[in-house]
Design a protein around this ligand. Structure first.
Ligand code: ZN
Length: 425
């Protein structure tokens, strides 16, 4: 039997590996209300190396959570953002692979391979009409040549990674995602169409594809950009996927994957309406939003928990460049807008929580502070014994924050179409 992913799925990351059960409870609550969403535990190579965890840890966490919750539905462990040089250590533990080829965009494929591709795609020359895309796409030998020089090598690279995984795990035994989200510029509908054509030629059974969208998808905060433009682009990408699936025989389950997907509150209603209208599936990836709920839980606990997260901020603030370095393209922190550690030291539990918690209606909420704490998890990783002990001694409080965040602020607005912010429950 071929492994496929269901229509709706959501990636949850867990920096320190203790929140699997709390996360899964959110999926269980959705299921009890008739909405089936497949949980996918994702952790990138970058995150593993920053914290010092291994892919087997994520597998163990997922399996244990599934057992503890008696979850009977499907679930996956995602090797997030891997390439040929990083995939091997994920082969045993993962059954979902996010092949990241953004770095290969713009590298040129061989002349012969570009020529063959362009010749094959010439059948789309002229005004290509994609149902659901407003303007016909003008396809010419020159435009095909341009798309090929930009993307063909990257898709060929994805093919190499896919075949390497398939050789080890066997075809049909894992879910394949191809991601371009860390590219420098968004892909147009035409580019996405011809990328999928190239993927089909490489015989990659693409289940999910992560394009780069217009606007900024920053870590842990809402979307920054033109919502109308995003809305059109998202609907057109759904249309392109449908058309590409029918044209190239890609898997029936092919769907979009949204990276840095947490806390995009202004987009969820738009995405919800679009996937309903198109009867399309969707994968949403989140990760650090769960870590932030741990910090919120500790702050809310007061005492030692609050003292720890105040110190965490002080340490991270003093090591700003080091903390920010791996995340420069996905954060936008105005350092002038950050409170000083001395100010934070004076805060009550409530003040800390209100400044950090993603409640846009609250005057104290500070997106710069939130992003700063988002990238500060390495400080907690350095004091792991103390941090884990605090997480354990505040278990109930933290778990309710984690579950509530996934369920009320992500699953409900995106997949169920219910728009509360979950902050007053
Ligand atoms: Zn990504």
């Amino acid at each position: 039997m071929t492994t496929t992913i269901s229509k709706y799925s959501m990636g949850v990351g867990d920096r320190f590996g203790l929140e699997g059960v709390a996360q899964l409870r959110a999926f269980q609550a959705a299921k009890d209300h008739g909405v089936a969403i497949t949980p996918v535990w994702n952790k990138s190579n970058r995150e593993h190396s920053l914290i010092g965890t291994r892919p087997e840890d994520v597998r163990a966490e997922a399996d244990a959570a599934v057992k503890a919750c008696r979850w009977s539905g499907p679930y996956f462990v995602d090797a997030d953002h891997i390439g040929l040089h990083t995939v091997d250590k994920f082969l045993g533990a993962s059954d979902f692979f996010t092949i990241d080829v953004a770095d290969s965009i713009g590298k040129s494929a061989s002349d012969a391979s570009i020529a063959t591709y362009v010749a094959e795609m010439r059948r789309f020359s002229g005004a290509l009409r994609i149902p659901g895309v407003a303007e016909p796409v003008t396809v010419s030998p020159a435009s095909l040549q341009e798309i090929a020089s930009k993307y063909l090598f990257a898709v060929e690279e994805a093919g190499r990674v896919y075949r390497h995984i398939a050789q080890q795990k066997g075809e049909g035994h894992f879910v394949t995602e191809v991601s371009f989200d860390e590219a420098n510029s968004p892909q147009t509908p035409a580019e996405l169409f011809f990328i999928l054509a190239a993927a089909a030629r490489e015989r990659i059974p693409v289940a999910t594809v992560a394009p780069k969208f217009t606007g900024e998808f920053l870590k842990g905060i809402d979307y920054v950009g033109e919502i109308k433009r995003f809305s059109r682009e998202f609907a057109e990408d759904l249309a392109v996927l449908e058309f590409a699936r029918a044209t190239f025989g890609l898997p029936a389950s092919l769907k979009l994957s949204i990276h840095s997907g947490s806390d995009k509150f202004s987009l969820y209603p738009i995405m919800h309406a679009a996937i309903k209208k198109a009867d399309a599936g969707l994968h949403l990836k989140t990760a650090g939003t769960t870590w932030l709920e741990e910090v919120i839980g500790l702050a809310a606990a007061g005492g030692e928990g609050l003292a720890f997260v105040k110190n965490l901020y002080r340490d991270a603030y003093g090591r700003y460049d080091e903390m920010a370095k791996p995340y420069l393209t996905v954060i936008a922190i105005d350092r002038q807008a950050l409170p000083t550690p001395e100010q934070v030291d004076l805060w009550s539990a409530q003040e800390y929580v209100e400044t950090l918690e993603h409640n846009q209606a609250c005057k104290r909420f500070n997106i710069h502070f939130r992003q700063m704490v988002h990238i500060s998890f390495r400080v907690a990783a350095e004091k792991q014994a103390q941090y884990l002990a605090l997480l354990k001694s505040n278990r109930n409080r933290i778990e309710s924050h984690v579950s509530n965040n996934i369920l009320k602020r992500h699953i409900e607005p995106l997949f169920v179409g219910r728009f509360g912010n979950g902050l007053k429950e």
